[in-house]
Design a protein around this ligand. Structure first.
Ligand code: DX5
Ligand code: ZN
Length: 225
């Protein structure tokens, strides 16, 4: 059964002290570090690229869960592989024509492939990517419109998570956007095991408490999935 993984979103960290912030999150019990890679053609924002991943990699052995909100993910496979990314999650909306090639290349570079979908994209679109020999290891269900931290969780996205969990009992299912102590139960009971959280973790007086609360809620309900 899929284990709980709590992934603080470094988008909410102090980017000028990234290595220190990463270590602080690991000390607080984070399983993964979620890295939001955005280009302004795919979302109305611009964040970090492979050079930042490469710099951070020199300071940590942590699993770097890279979420690529970009229009041309194929162009980034090689640089992110070299930079030391662990997971490479692309958006289906940007890869409808070439997801098969993309998955192969991500694996060839030693990264774990994942696919994400925006709130308006039906869950059925990712089924072919989860099935078959050349499949993704993770599906990231966006629970806000991608682009910014600090937005409100969309509970209606839990239907997608429930459908996925029913079909794929051991798949890593990640949720991203508006997750925190007040929304974790909805996500966990629907079947999400990988939890991305930016503002609720970085904004908390005790991030370790928020991380352990979320892990406990996932572990507590997963027998009922
Ligand atoms: C949004 C990003 C998220 C974001 C989540 O496009 O993918 O990872 O940082 O932030 P919160 O948890 O504040 O909604
Ligand atoms: Zn993200």
């Amino acid at each position: 059964m899929a284990a709980a993984k709590i992934a603080p979103s470094m988008l909410s960290s102090d980017f000028s002290n990234l290595a220190t912030e990463a270590q602080r999150m690991l000390d607080c019990g984070a399983d993964w570090l979620h890295m939001d890679i955005m280009c302004s053609h795919f979302v109305p924002n611009l964040t970090i690229g492979a050079p930042v991943i490469e710099s951070l990699r020199k300071h940590t052995k942590a699993y770097l869960d890279c979420h690529l909100m970009v229009t041309n993910p194929l162009d980034y496979v090689e640089p992110f592989g070299k930079a030391g990314a662990s997971g490479f999650t692309f958006h289906i909306e940007a890869a409808r024509e070439n997801w098969n090639e993309l998955i192969q290349k991500i694996k060839a570079k030693g990264m774990k492939p994942g696919v994400s979908l925006k709130p308006g994209t039906p869950i059925e679109e990712v089924y072919p990517l989860v099935e078959g020999e050349n499949h993704v290891d993770l599906v990231l269900v966006m629970t806000v419109e991608p682009g910014f931290g600090g937005q409100k969780f969309m509970p209606e996205m839990m239907d997608k998570v429930r459908k996925l969990r029913q079909k794929y009992p051991s798949l890593d299912i990640e949720v991203d956007g508006g997750l925190g102590p007040s929304t974790i139960d909805a996500a966990a009971s629907a079947g999400a095991n990988c939890i991305v959280a930016g503002s609720s973790v970085f904004g908390a007086p005790e991030p370790a408490q928020v991380i352990s609360l979320m892990r406990n809620r996932v572990e507590g309900v997963k027998a009922a999935w």
